[in-house]
Write a protein that binds this ligand. Sequence first.
Ligand SMILES: C[S@@+](CC[C@H](N)C(=O)[O-])C[C@H]1O[C@@H](n2cnc3c(N)ncnc32)[C@H](O)[C@@H]1O
Length: 295
Amino acid sequence: MKKTPDDRASRFEIITHDNGTSSVLEKSSRQAMHSRIGPWEEAKVLYVAQSGLAARLAASPALGPVVLHDVGMGISANALAALDTLETLESGVPRSLEIHSFENDLTGLLTALDHSEKFPFLQNRQTLLRRLIETGSVEVPNLSWKLHEGDYFENLMNSPVPELIYYDFYAPRIYPALWTTDRFQEIHAQVTRNRSPCTPSEQTPDHGTELYTYTASTAVRAALLAAGFHVGYGTSTALKRETTIASTRLSSLQNPLEGKWLQKLMRSQPAMDVFTPEDWKILRTQAAENRQFKS
Ligand SMILES: C[S@@+](CC[C@H](N)C(=O)[O-])C[C@H]1O[C@@H](n2cnc3c(N)ncnc32)[C@H](O)[C@@H]1O
């Protein structure tokens, strides 16, 4: 259904912080899509630089395209920062970029496009974004960009296995259902499919999968561990002391969570009412088997 300017105004508003950055605020939850450092800085530091996207694009073409899940797309700061990185590399970049953006409500992006003076990174991308919204995909040299409109978890299994996931939903405190063990298990199942030993030609090239997210929530980290990921500390930003990286490969994590983190979690069990006794059982079993806690 076409979204009218009235829909946009009733559901979202633009907020501008005293440092000059702007974001889109969902009125019903009072949640802004981005922190005060602003969408562009957040996208560049926390997602694109931290995931080493430039180095990945410059790696061997035998690895195939860099497949990126952009979850949720929001006003597309993360996806556009990835595209920006692609464009700043020399032409003839060895690996192309394949972005899969997932979004169940494009009203936020349409609102931002109506106010692009507040979002400089959108200004020269209007045509590209409107084409993506209208046709569902765009192809430009070295980039294939597909928009999956709808629920991420419904579209996940029909999408190619990603090398990178930029997991950027609204805060776990407001939308806990998007940050549970079950949800992360669905992702873990998708990213590890076709990676069991079989003949080399049948295998997806195994670069593993890394998931980057802004939260440092103990409950989210525990849910990722329980789902079977290795989990580590992510970079800090001007406003966040820690973020989180989850990976299918322990060797990809520079700073894995250590035994003392796990012990603290286990001691906090009575206070962590987000987990059922069954969740704790899974978490203990996963932690006992997870190589990251064996040293
Ligand atoms: C914090 S914003 C994302 C900001 C974005 N990454 C950017 O670069 O601007 C979260 C987005 O996730 C979307 N969303 C929420 N639940 C979703 C779901 N189940 N599937 C897909 N998108 C969802 C919201 O509509 C919202 O646009």
